[in-house]
Design a protein around this ligand. Sequence first.
Ligand code: SF4
Length: 373
Amino acid sequence: MLLIRSLRSGLRPSAQRSAFSTSAAAVQADRTIREGPRNDWRREEIKSIYDSPILDLLFHGAKVHRHVHKFREVQQCTLLSIKTGGCSEDCSYCPQSSRYDTGLKAQKMMNKDAVLQAAKKAKEAGSTRFCMGAAWRDTVGRKTNFNQILEYVKEIRGMGMEVCCTLGMLEQQQAMELKKAGLTAYNHNLDTSREYYPNIITTRSYDERLETLQYVREAGISVCSGGIIGLGEAEEDRVGLLHTLATLPTHPESVPINALVAVKGTPLQDQKPVEVWEMIRMIATARIVMPSAMVRLSAGRVKFSMPEQALCFLAGANSIFTGEKLLTTPNNDFDADQLMFKTLGLTPKAPSFSEEAKACELERCKEAVSSSG
Ligand code: SF4
């Protein structure tokens, strides 16, 4: 009984053994700090970090986080579903799949005024990145809708926000058009390990997902890709997901870590909720193996208290979704998030192109000084 309790609370047998020895989290975090991002991670290395005693893992995730990032800064993103429901795919966790009876009505794509209004509201509430999601397998054969989205991207970028889209699989040409329109990032999650993936989705392959990520990368758009825990996967699958992401030729700029929000009517409706220790393990491991990425505490955050979220930030998370909803599931209350920022001393992260702009300005300024001298 005692053993079961300690396992549930995040301890594991290795914690006993390594109480007086240096953990893999400590060794690898120091290496990351010394050598910077690596793409040659072996799966066993990531597993040994992941299996380190939880407080040690958390501490070393925090150490890498503080070395690479401004540790109080947290990016605020708003995710809006611009085309909800009626999706042909069979992702077992998703209430938007037309295959499951979740009571969600399929809707047409939102018009420009409504989308821009939502972006404006998000900006006023402190968001610096606006992400638009559409429940599609892909955008092939949706020329009119795709062109409209290009228009939305241009407009929102013009409002001084970073813009992200999640529209399903992309073709190379579409990735290039999105880049031209000013898209900052494209989200396409791998969801879980390659091995467990067929238990969750059968209508598109793992390799198709990776292909979309490659097109996004080649187009010069930031890659946002992570996964979901609590799908019934083993811990080995969580390690497998992180291993795939950490061995991509370039690490994703954003890695969302989602905890399943089980929705009635989906095949995963009876999954037990993810505990905060599981999130901390994922976040700290992601931070150590992909040090430069924005690690996003994403879906499921609504279930965690402020102290629990504080531990996630300490472990290395530095991005959240704000706003009433995350696509179709509830999200944290605006006032509660404001209070959390104040209580924890967090500061909102500015959009990154403004930093680029500042750097250019500085460069121009230096040039002006040298030419006048
Ligand atoms: S996750 Fe995306 S692709 Fe899968 S069913 Fe939901 S909307 Fe469709």
